[in-house]
Design a protein around this ligand. Structure first.
Ligand SMILES: [Zn+2]
Length: 374
C-alpha cells in the first residue's frame, strides 16, 4: 500500500479527511508550512509542530543543489537530517528550476539548467526528480511538471500541459510503491477550463495517490483561480487527497476548501513573519506601524501563540523597529498558528455541517479590520 486517504466528513463540496503516511497522519484540510532548505525559516522543528502543523513541504530544487540528495540520504533522510519526524511533502523541483535557475532548457526528456548558486550544470528528468524525492525520503512526492507561464495562449498552454502529462506518466513508472509513501499528479492547463478538464481526466486514468492543482496563483486573480477549481476538482477521484499548490491568503484557502481542496502550502505566513506582517482574526497587521508603539494589548487576543500570550504589541513593534531576530521568530510562529487554527476551525465546521457559517464569520471579522488604535 501507499499513502492512504480516508474521507471522513463532507459539507457541500468541503471535506474532512485523514492522510496516512509513513511518518504519521495528517488531518485535512491542512496547511503545510514551507521548509525550503530543510528548515522552516526562523523556527525550531518542535515549535513548528506546536503551532498545529502536521506536515511540512521541502523544496527539491534547493536540496538537490545544497546539500545534495545523495548526502541527505547518506545522513539518514530528510526527517532525521532536519529533525522533523512527521510527514514531509516535496515538490518536484520543476517550478523553482523555472523561476530560479539560469540557462534552463526544456525538451521532451526533461530540463537542463545551471545552479543559481554556483553555475554548475544539472539535468532534471521525471525519473531523476522521483529518485531525488526518494533519496530525501519524502512521504509525498510530486511528479515533475512544467508550471505553465502566465499568461499563455491556448496553444502554448496545451503544449505545456501535454508535456507535463507525458512527464507524469514517466514519473508514475519511475516511482517505487512503498507502504506509507505516495506520488501525486499535477493538473495544469493554465486558465482554460477545457485543458484543465482534459488534464484531470488523463491524470486520473494514469492513477495517482493524490492530485494537485498547479499553475494557479500566478497572476490570474482569485475569481479565475476558483473558476479553474470548479472545472477541475469535481473530476478528481473523491477518495484521493487534493492539493492546491502555492496558495495562499486565508480567503483563498477558505474558497478552495469550499470547492473540495484538502491540502495547501504557501510561503506567505513564514515570509510575512520575517517582514513584520501578521495574519490575525481582524486582518493583516504590520507591527512596524507606529500605532503599536505604546500598545500593551496582545497582537490577537484569540490566539494562543507565544507572541500573543506573553508579549504586547508594543514589544513586537520594538523588535520590528530594532531588527531583532526574536521578531521574525515570534511572528512566524504566530502566523503558522493562525493558519493551523484556520484549518482546525474549518475541519470542525465541516464536521458540524456549518462550513459556510464558519467561512462567513472569518470573512466578517477580517473585514472589520484591526482593533482601533489606543
Ligand atoms: Zn498569536
Amino acid at each position: 500500500m501507499t499513502a492512504t486517504f480516508e474521507l471522513r466528513e463532507t459539507d457541500g463540496a468541503a471535506r474532512v479527511g485523514r492522510l496516512e503516511t509513513a511518518h504519521g497522519a495528517v488531518e485535512t484540510p491542512a496547511f503545510m508550512p514551507v521548509g525550503t532548505a530543510a528548515t522552516v525559516k526562523a523556527m525550531r522543528p518542535a515549535d513548528v509542530a506546536a503551532t498545529g502543523a502536521q506536515i511540512i513541504l521541502a523544496n527539491t530544487y534547493h536540496l538537490m543543489l545544497r546539500p545534495g540528495a545523495e548526502r541527505v540520504a547518506a545522513l539518514g533522510g530528510l526527517h532525521r537530517f532536519m529533525d522533523w519526524p512527521g510527514p514531509i511533502l516535496t515538490d518536484s523541483g520543476g517550478f523553482q528550476v523555472m523561476s530560479l535557475a539560469k540557462l534552463r532548457e526544456i525538451d521532451a526528456k526533461g530540463v537542463t539548467f545551471r545552479s543559481h548558486l554556483d553555475g554548475a550544470r544539472y539535468e532534471l528528468t521525471p525519473e531523476r526528480s522521483v529518485e531525488i524525492q526518494r533519496l530525501l525520503d519524502a512521504d509525498i512526492s510530486m511528479v515533475l511538471d512544467e508550471c505553465t507561464p502566465y499568461p499563455a495562449t491556448p496553444d502554448e498552454a496545451r503544449r505545456s500541459m501535454e508535456l507535463s502529462l507525458a512527464w507524469a506518466q514517466r514519473s508514475k513508472e519511475a516511482f517505487a510503491a512503498r507502504p506509507g509513501y505516495g506520488l501525486f499528479g499535477i493538473v495544469q492547463g493554465s486558465v482554460y477550463p477545457e485543458l484543465r478538464r482534459a488534464c484531470a481526466e488523463a491524470l486520473t486514468a494514469i492513477g495517482f495517490d493524490g492530485y494537485a492543482v498547479g499553475g494557479l496563483a500566478v497572476g490570474e486573480g482569485q475569481a479565475t483561480m476558483f473558476e479553474m477549481l470548479d472545472a477541475t476538482v469535481p473530476l478528481l477521484p473523491a477518495d484521493r487527497p487534493r492539493y492546491l499548490m502555492g496558495v495562499g491568503k486565508p480567503a483563498d484557502l477558505l474558497g478552495a476548501i469550499r470547492r473540495g481542496i484538502d491540502l495547501f502550502d504557501c510561503v506567505l505566513p513564514t515570509r510575512s513573519g520575517r517582514t513584520t506582517q501578521a495574519f490575525t482574526r481582524r486582518g493583516t497587521v504590520n507591527l512596524r506601524n507606529a500605532r503599536h508603539l505604546d500598545d500593551p494589548r496582545p497582537l490577537d487576543e484569540g490566539c494562543g501563540c507565544t507572541a500573543c500570550t506573553r508579549f504586547s504589541r508594543a514589544y513586537l513593534h520594538h523588535l520590528a523597529r530594532a531588527g531583532e531576530i526574536l521578531g521574525p521568530m515570534l511572528l512566524t510562529e504566530h502566523n503558522l498558528r493562525y493558519y493551523a487554527d484556520l484549518m482546525a476551525g474549518a475541519r470542525r465546521a465541516i464536521g458540524e455541517r456549518r462550513f459556510e457559517v464558519f467561512a462567513g464569520g472569518v470573512a466578517e471579522a477580517e473585514a472589520r479590520g484591526d482593533i482601533p488604535a489606543m
